[in-house]
Design a binder for this molecule. Structure first.
Ligand SMILES: [Zn+2]
Length: 489
C-alpha cells in the first residue's frame, strides 16, 4: 500500500531533495523500512546502531504522534501522511562572539562553571561577551537579573521606569526595604553590581514603546520578557520577531506560571539550516479583552512564583548563549505551584501568524495600547461623561450630598484590605444579585483600577439600569488622589 512520507528540511539532502517520498507498508515500521531501502543514507539519522529509533525523532501519522498510538506498530492507510519531525535543539544563532579573556579573579569566581564540559572556558567567555536585555526590574526581572549577573553575563540591560513600592518587596528580591521610594533601576544596579562587579549594567529609565523598542533591542543578543501587561508583551514579541532575536518569555499569576522561548532560530539535531520557532502571536494571536485576565496587582501572585519562573528564564537564556541543550523553542511549559506539576505543550509555528507567518501583515511596530484595548494612563484625562466619572467628580458630588448608590464589584478579600463604604457585589455574582441594587438611584460602580467595573456597568446598562457610571481609575485613584488613608494594595 502506497503511503506518503513527509521529509523535514534537514533530512532532504538524503532523499535527493524530495520533500515527500512514496513508500509501501501497512505499519509505521514497514513504511520506515521501505523508506530506508529507497534512501539508505537516512538509516543512521532515524535509528541508532543497535536498531532503536532515535529519541529525538518524532513520527506522526497525520496529526498524531505515534508515541501515543501504537508506536512503530501503528497501522497506516494509503490516505495517511507519515511525517518525520526532528526536535529542534541547541545551536541557536545568538551569534555571541567569545573573543574576550577571563581574568584570574573570574577564573576563580566561575570555577564551578569551568569544570562543566558544556560550559568550560569557551562557554564562560561566551557568557562574558553576551548582552542580554531584561524588560522590567520586577518579580521576574529580579531572579533573571541576579542569576545572569552571578553567571557572568557580560552586559545586562534593564528597561524600567518604576519606583520601588512596599507592595513590591514580597517578590521583587532585587529591592530591599531601604529602597522603597528609589528608582527600581538604581536599586537593581546596586544589587547586581554587588553580586558581580565584572558585569556591565546598562539601565534605560523609560517606558518601552513602539518608538524605542527596535533601537533598544538591536544591541542585544537575547531579550528576556519580564513584563506584567499585554501591550508590552506583544510589543516585545513583535520587536523580537522583526529583529530575529530570541525572546525568553515568562508569565505569572497567582500560582500559575508559563515559560517558553519565542521567535528563536534553532538548528535541528540533524544540523542543516536554522529554523525559526513559533512566536507569542502563534500561541495567542490576539490579547484577551481588557479586564478579563487580571494583572498581578488585581489577581495577586504568590511571591515565590516569579522566583521559580524567572529562574527558568535565566536558565533558558544561559542555554541560548552557550548553544547547549534543548531550548524551549516550540514548547510551552506550564507550572502549577499548588499541584506542583509541570506540563509541556508543543507549540507549532502558525503559518497564518500575522507577524511570523508565511504572509505576514505586520511589518513594523504598531500601537499596542490600542491593539490591547487599553488606553495609556496619560490619555485617560478625557472621559465619557455619560458613562464615566472621575474620583474628583465623585468626591464633589458626595460632599454636596448627592444621593448615589456606590457599588463595589471587587472580591470580599479586597474589600477587607481597603474600601470606601460602598455596597459590595463581586463581578462574578452580579448576574444573580443585580436586583439588590436600587435602580431609582444613580449608580457609580468601582473596582480596583476601573476595568472590572467598566464591565459591570456595561452589564447593568444591558439589564435596563439607566444611570450607571464607571469610576475611572477605581479605588486606586481614590487612594492616590482623594484619600491617602485608603490603603493602596
Ligand atoms: Zn508567530
Amino acid at each position: 500500500m502506497a503511503v506518503k512520507v513527509f521529509i523535514p528540511t534537514p533530512l532532504r539532502p538524503f532523499t535527493e531533495k524530495c520533500d515527500t517520498v512514496e513508500v509501501n507498508g501497512a505499519t509505521v515500521e514497514e513504511v520506515l523500512q521501505d523508506l530506508i531501502r529507497k534512501h539508505g543514507q537516512l538509516q543512521p539519522h532515524l535509528y541508532s546502531e543497535n536498531g532503536v529509533m532515535r529519541s529525538y525523532v518524532n513520527i506522526y501519522v497525520n496529526d498524531e504522534d505515534i508515541r501515543y498510538l501504537s508506536k512503530e506498530k501503528t497501522p497506516v492507510k494509503s490516505t495517511d501522511t507519515v511525517s518525520i519531525i526532528p526536535s529542534i535543539a541547541g545551536g541557536v544563532d545568538a551569534e555571541v562572539k567569545s573573543d574576550v579573556g577571563l581574568t584570574k579573579e573570574e577564573l576563580l569566581r566561575y570555577s564551578r562553571h569551568l569544570i562543566i564540559p558544556e560550559v568550560g572556558t569557551a562557554g564562560q567567555k561566551k557568557l562574558k561577551a553576551a548582552k542580554v536585555l531584561v524588560i522590567g526590574a520586577g518579580g521576574l526581572g529580579s531572579p533573571v537579573g541576579m542569576y545572569l549577573a552571578a553567571a557572568g553575563v557580560g552586559t545586562i540591560g534593564i528597561v524600567d521606569f518604576d519606583v520601588v513600592d512596599s507592595t513590591n518587596l514580597q517578590r521583587q528580591i532585587l529591592h530591599s526595604t531601604g529602597d522603597v521610594g528609589r528608582s527600581k533601576l538604581d536599586s537593581a544596579r546596586e544589587t547586581l553590581e554587588g553580586i558581580n562587579p565584572n558585569v556591565a549594567i546598562e539601565t534605560y529609565e523609560e517606558r518601552l514603546t513602539s518608538e524605542n523598542a527596535l533601537k533598544l533591542f538591536a544591541d542585544y543578543d537575547v531579550i528576556v520578557d519580564g513584563t506584567d501587561n499585554f501591550p508590552t508583551r506583544y510589543l516585545v514579541n513583535d520587536a523580537c520577531v522583526l529583529l530575529g532575536k530570541p525572546n525568553v518569555y515568562g508569565s505569572i499569576l497567582r500560582f500559575d506560571g508559563q515559560v517558553s522561548v519565542f521567535s528563536a532560530r534553532g538548528r535541528s539535531v540533524f544540523g542543516g539550516e536554522a529554523q525559526r520557532g513559533p512566536c507569542y502571536r502563534c500561541l495567542y494571536p490576539t490579547p484577551p479583552p481588557p479586564g478579563l485576565v487580571p494583572s498581578c496587582a488585581e489577581g495577586g501572585v504568590l511571591g515565590v512564583l516569579p522566583g521559580i519562573i524567572g529562574t527558568l528564564q535565566a536558565l533558558e537564556t544561559i542555554k541560548l548563549i552557550l548553544g547547549e541543550g534543548e531550548p524551549l523553542i516550540g514548547r510551552l511549559v506550564l507550572f502549577d505551584a499548588l499541584k506542583f506539576t509541570f506540563r509541556e505543550l508543543k507549540l507549532k509555528r502558525d503559518p497564518h501568524c500575522p507577524i511570523c507567518g508565511e504572509n505576514p501583515t505586520i511589518h513594523k511596530l504598531i500601537d499596542y495600547e490600542q491593539f490591547c484595548g487599553v488606553k495609556p494612563p496619560a490619555a485617560k484625562e478625557t472621559i465619557d461623561e455619560q458613562i464615566e466619572i472621575t474620583v474628583e467628580q465623585l468626591k464633589k458630588r458626595l460632599d454636596r450630598g448627592d444621593d448615589l448608590f456606590i457599588l463595589d464589584v471587587r472580591e470580599p478579600h479586597e474589600y477587607e484590605i481597603a474600601n470606601i463604604g460602598a455596597q459590595l457585589i463581586p463581578l462574578s455574582e452580579l448576574p444573580k444579585r443585580f436586583q439588590e441594587i436600587n435602580s431609582s438611584k444613580e449608580i457609580i460602580v468601582h473596582c480596583k483600577s476601573g476595568h472590572r467595573s467598566a464591565r459591570a456597568a456595561e452589564f447593568l446598562r444591558k439589564k435596563g439600569f439607566q444611570k450607571v457610571k464607571n469610576l475611572v481609575g477605581g479605588i486606586d485613584a481614590w487612594s492616590e488622589r482623594i484619600d491617602p488613608r485608603v490603603p493602596h494594595y
